[in-house]
Design a protein around this ligand. Structure first.
Ligand SMILES: Nc1nc2c(ncn2[C@@H]2O[C@H](COP(=O)(O)OP(=O)(O)OP(=O)(O)O)[C@@H](O)[C@H]2O)c(=O)[nH]1
Ligand SMILES: [Mg+2]
Length: 372
């Protein structure tokens, strides 16, 4: 009996000792956390760039692939699903409009009826049930050679870069129980309406990524410019063939090519007094689309000074790289870096981020804030 009581008491004593040790360890860890919270470095990273240049896609990748490995919540996945439905219908509307304006004949004239259904669709009300009623029309239209021909000529009109990807995936997206893959979420297109912030926290570091979307023109955004550790300026490199219709750009410098306008914008950022102590990254995004485009659009037609092989992606990238680097004052030195990226590619982003994150670190203690 005594043995029984004794054998019962030992585990209880051990349990109490273990519990005390566990509580002490938790208290120690909380004390360290509290101490670190006081000394944690807060790094502000600003994302700038024209609409559609890939800022939100980059943040989605930081969140899901590069830094935090976060899963999107069910509510977010459902919201992206409805955005994807809208991307499909709006994309088809653009293709239908282009087919008509470019006077491309229907493959099957009976598809006019499907076209009318898609044109009448209210994209603000899409959900699995309402989208299901349009799936057969979408499939019939995407299979029509007239629409395919318009798609081939997409450089001649405005078409979101995600449209081809989603239309090719219609069998999957058209299922009523469709649940977007992460790759679909990366392609989902919706303009950021205001300032978006993504905060990534670790024990000793808080990184705040601030995406100013289309608000850069408004003076009130200058409040975000103070103490910026890094600026990421995004450019869609596949738009080298876009010509500005107004004759001069917003800065009044007279550049009429889209890439030259982006060079002007970058040079203004590099002169901006707010960023003299920041690391500046030029993100030349959509390298995948650039590679596709140079197969049928000649860079020489837009940049006569380009005297190398216009079908060679490395030579084209080198030329674009030089175009921007020449605008960069040599004083910036290591505080200015350029990367070609494909923001929708998870493998590419993981390696780009591992190189970039090394540069986005707190400045060593005691070093002056200004880098040059
Ligand atoms: N193919 C391809 N598509 C890309 C790439 N980067 C972004 N996109 C697509 O381009 C579209 C626009 O990207 P966003 O990230 O929304 O652009 P943004 O800069 O946030 O645009 P705003 O919010 O309007 O300022 C989305 O459909 C993206 O999936 C890329 O490297 N390759
Ligand atoms: Mg955005």
């Amino acid at each position: 009996m005594a043995a029984n009581i004794f054998s019962c008491c030992v585990p209880i004593r051990q349990y109490r000792q273990r519990e005390q040790a566990r509580r002490a360890a938790t208290a120690r860890s909380e004390a360290i956390d509290k101490e670190l919270a006081g000394t944690r470095t807060d790094l502000k990273v600003l994302l700038l760039g024209s609409p559609g240049s890939g800022k939100s896609t980059f943040i989605k990748q930081l969140r899901s692939t590069c830094i935090d490995g976060d899963e999107f919540t069910n509510e977010e996945v459902e919201r992206y699903r409805d955005i994807i439905y809208s991307n499909v219908i709006e994309g088809l509307k653009s293709l239908l409009d282009a087919r008509s304006k470019l006077q491309i004949p229907w493959d099957d004239a009976a598809n006019e009826e499907h076209a009318a259904r898609v044109i009448d669709c209210d994209t603000s009300q899409l959900n699995p049930r309402t989208f299901a009623t349009h799936v057969s029309s979408c499939k019939a239209l995407w299979a029509d050679n007239g629409i395919q021909e318009a798609y081939k000529r997409r450089d001649e009109f405005q078409l979101e870069s995600c449209v081809g990807y989603f239309l090719d995936e219609l069998d999957r997206i058209g299922n009523e129980d469709y649940h977007p893959y992460i790759q679909d979420i990366l392609y989902a297109q919706q303009s950021t309406p205001g300032v978006a912030e993504y905060v990534s926290e670790s024990r000793d570091l808080v990184r705040r990524f601030i995406d100013l979307g289309a608000l850069l023109r408004y003076k009130k955004v200058f409040t975000h410019f103070e103490d910026v550790r890094a600026v990421l300026y995004f450019v869609s490199v596949d738009e080298f063939d876009q010509v500005l219709t107004a004759g001069t750009n917003d800065e009044g410098t007279g550049s009429t090519n889209w890439l030259m306008k982006e060079c002007d914008a970058l040079s203004l950022i590099l002169k901006c007094r707010w960023f003299t102590g920041s690391q500046v990254f030029l993100i030349l995004n959509k390298a995948d689309l650039l590679e596709q485009k140079i197969k049928h659009v000649n860079l020489k037609d837009f940049f006569p000074q380009f005297d190398r092989d216009p079908r060679n992606i490395d030579q084209v990238k080198e030329f674009i790289f030089d175009l921007f680097e020449k605008r960069c004052d040599s004083r910036w030195g290591d505080a200015f870096c350029t990367y070609f990226i494909t923001a929708v590619d998870q493998i590419n982003m993981a390696s780009v981020w591992s190189a970039m994150s090394d540069a986005i670190r707190p400045l060593p203690k005691g070093s002056p804030f200004v880098l040059y």
